[in-house]
Design a protein around this ligand. Structure first.
Ligand code: S3P
Length: 432
């Protein structure tokens, strides 16, 4: 797929699909609730469909209408053994959350994934689950994974790696574990699981102390079904926000965007760079903070982002790096170790591909230094994506300002934003 320079900017009201993290949870949590839930605006992307198929295989009934997904929950301890291995494609969120959930069920399961997911670390969720007496075999810490369903032991677990996936996997394990499980999170990460479980009346208590959060769960309480309206995805919006900022004559509106403060680092960072982003109609839907955003072309400055903000915008480094390439001054983004174990080694791919576009970059101790592009350097460059959707979309945005880029393996986009190209072109983009 190629992306070429545009002249008239990115404009109009953009349709951003449902939030990916909340969509996964809108299948998982209703499936183990005690009744029927209606979910509106769920993201129908490959990753989320893999979660849906997993729960179908585990005996949950779903009905799909044009507007809604209806989930017939089976209760906390009544999923059924899948007759086949459960294939999760590219989706790390499905894998980490399901490993936790299935560890406490009463049957065995095998989880598999595509080549990217099969190369990602799973011991980060398996090791803490072992403290609860989980029985899990891995392929040297990776997929495929065999989970031997077991009665888990409640305990206290401190999570060292900043990861909402690890935290959520442990919370799901604790829901079906007798007694009190205490999970201590040292760094704030996205809290969609906690918010949804509170509304489903789980026995979950949160105690916050600076950056540390204690999550206390008393297991074996059935969840009360609730209807969910999934807000639009800020991570998907970020591609349009940056495209509008770096292209002259742009003005876009994005509606109903999830701006949960554990996820909104990209807005804080771009504002620090001088972005013209207006946040209006700030409100709450299903206890998630939602707002509309208005974005206009802006001359950006470079900025320094420290390790703390990384946890609040971990998926947005590929796209903010494109913004940094067009800023007035250099940028440094610190503490990006986790970027190495995403759908690809994102840290390395950002550097390799920015350099192909004429940007001078350096990685030192997991910190990324970006010098703005001085001389436009495009020669039909091939962008290496390693089937990573966020690298692909970021460099499609880069092409809209820089000139023709060829994006390899761009099919990955359907894992999170199936109609990205259509929407980008409708707003003035030139992808073909
Ligand atoms: C996610 C958490 C993040 C993020 C991923 C979605 C989630 O991963 O990168 O895209 O839905 O919990 P980590 O929590 O492993 O950093």
């Amino acid at each position: 797929m190629k992306s070429a320079k545009i002249e008239k900017g990115i404009n109009g009201i953009i349709n951003i699909p449902g939030d990916k993290s909340i969509s996964h949870r809108s299948i998982i949590i209703p499936s183990i609730s005690n009744g029927v839930c209606e979910v509106s605006n769920i993201l129908k992307s490959e990753d989320v469909i893999n979660t849906l198929n997993a729960f179908r295989a585990l005996g949950v009934k779903f009905e799909e209408t044009k507007e809604k997904l209806i989930v017939y929950g089976k209760g906390i301890n009544s999923l059924k053994k899948s007759s086949d291995n459960i294939y999760l494609g590219n989706s790390g969120t499905s894998a980490r959350l399901l490993i936790g959930l299935l560890a406490s069920q009463k049957f065995d399961s095998v989880l598999t994934g595509d080549s990217s997911l099969s190369s990602r670390p799973m011991e980060r969720i398996v090791n803490p689950l072992n403290l609860m007496n989980a029985k899990i075999d891995t392929n040297s810490g990776k997929m495929p994974i065999k989970i031997y369903g077991n009665d888990l032991k409640n305990t206290e677990i401190e999570i060292d790696i900043p990861s909402a996936q690890i935290k959520s996997g442990l919370i799901l394990a604790a829901l079906n574990t007798k007694g009190k499980t205490k999970i201590i999170e040292k760094h704030t990460t996205r809290n969609h699981t906690e918010i949804m479980l509170e509304s489903f009346e789980a026995n979950i208590d949160l105690k916050k102390n600076d950056n540390k959060t204690e999550i206390i769960i008393i297991g074996k309480k059935e969840l009360t079904p609730k209807n969910i309206d999934v807000p639009a995805d800020l991570s998907s919006s970020a591609f349009f926000i940056v495209a509008a900022l770096i292209n002259k004559n742009s003005e876009i509106t994005l509606k109903n965007i999830n701006i949960n403060p554990t996820r909104n680092g990209i807005l804080i960072a771009l504002k620090k760079m001088g972005a013209n982003i207006e946040i209006i109609n700030n409100r709450f839907i299903n206890n998630e903070n939602v707002a509309d955003l208005k974005v206009k072309s802006s001359q950006l400055n470079g900025c320094e982002l420290d390790e703390d903000i990384a946890k609040l915008m971990i998926d947005e480094y590929p796209i903010i790096s494109i913004a940094a390439a067009f800023a007035n001054t250099p940028s440094v983004f610190k503490g990006l170790k986790e970027l190495r174990v995403k759908e690809s080694d994102r840290l390395n791919l950002i550097k390799i591909n920015l350099e192909k576009c004429g940007c001078n970059c350096k990685i030192e101790n997991d910190n990324l230094f970006i010098n703005p592009i001085e001389k436009l350097n495009i020669n039909n460059q091939n962008i290496q994506t390693d089937f990573d959707h966020r690298i692909a979309m970021s460099f499609l945005v880069m092409g809209s300002r820089l000139g023709e880029l060829y994006i390899e393996k761009s099919d990955s986009i359907k894992t999170s934003f199936p109609n990205f190209v259509e929407e980008f072109n409708r707003a003035g983009g030139n992808i073909y």
